[in-house]
Design a binder for this molecule. Structure first.
Ligand SMILES: Nc1nc2c(ncn2[C@@H]2O[C@H](COP(=O)(O)OP(=O)(O)O)[C@@H](O)[C@H]2O)c(=O)[nH]1
Ligand SMILES: [Mg+2]
Length: 226
């Protein structure tokens, strides 16, 4: 089975080069980078490294949200397996990719969610762990969800998670040792970070309301199992 890596980026000029070159050096069959209307140096950095690194670069003319960027990546992907990787990571290493892919290859899981160990919140108590940007899955499984993903903005991870639950699919968590994922408070001012948390929370809540049918379906599945 072939593997496409998809990196969605919005204004990550300090980390994008290292993430894209590390991903491109790994033996993915295809690497797709989607810039979501970035306005900082991200775009010029990507055009520069695209001369020596072989990846498909898609620059969306305006910011349409994380979900739209992810869906655009999937529409342009030619492999059966998709690995999403956020653009704001540091200490990223080849082992992290192997950890994400192995359970899919070995048919142990339908979707693998990676947990960066170097974050503010300890993994075992992190209520946001299913919102991770590092995930591996089969393209055929999310194709039916693409239209919804496009409009979900930051609700995208919640949407994919509840869809997998409603379909009764197996989800596995893997630790990505040493990987550093900054919080919004590391990336921007306190005021802006709080603002982003609130709007992200609203987008996630909206996703839950809009997809209540999926939640009911997964509750039914769980109840039938008991
Ligand atoms: N903030 C933001 N990030 C986006 C957008 N589109 C793509 N991304 C990328 O999605 C990833 C996650 O975004 P981030 O703001 O770090 O969210 P968090 O990890 O949930 O705190 C990063 O790699 C961003 O560059 C967008 O519209 N807004
Ligand atoms: Mg982030």
């Amino acid at each position: 089975m072939n593997i496409s890596a998809i990196i969605c980026v919005y204004n990550e000029e300090s980390t994008i080069e290292n993430v894209v070159t590390t991903v491109s050096d790994y033996f993915f069959d295809e690497v797709i980078v989607v810039s979501d209307g970035s306005t900082d140096k991200t775009d010029s950095i990507l055009r520069g490294i695209n001369k020596s690194y072989d990846f498909k670069y898609i620059a969306l003319p305006e910011n349409k949200g994380k979900g739209f960027a992810m869906a655009t990546g999937v529409e342009n992907a030619s492999s059966e397996i998709i690995v999403f990787i956020d653009a704001d990571l540091s200490n990223i290493h080849e082992n992290h990719f192997t950890n994400l892919i192995d359970p899919i290859f070995n048919k142990e899981a339908d979707m693998v969610l990676g947990q960066a160990t170097e974050t503010l919140i300890n993994y075992s108590i992190n209520p946001f762990k299913s919102f991770t940007g590092e995930r591996a899955l089969l393209k055929k499984d999310i194709l039916p969800l693409l239209d919804k993903i496009k409009n979900s903005r930051f609700g995208v991870e919640t949407l994919i998670n509840i869809f997998y639950q409603s379909e009764g699919k197996t989800v596995k968590y893997v630790m990505l040792n040493g990987l550093k994922h900054p919080t919004k408070f590391d990336k921007t001012t306190k005021y802006q970070a709080v603002k982003e948390f609130i709007s992200e929370g609203q987008e996630i809540t909206l996703t839950v309301f809009k997809n209540y049918d999926l939640i009911l379906k997964s509750i039914k599945k769980t109840v039938m199992r008991i």
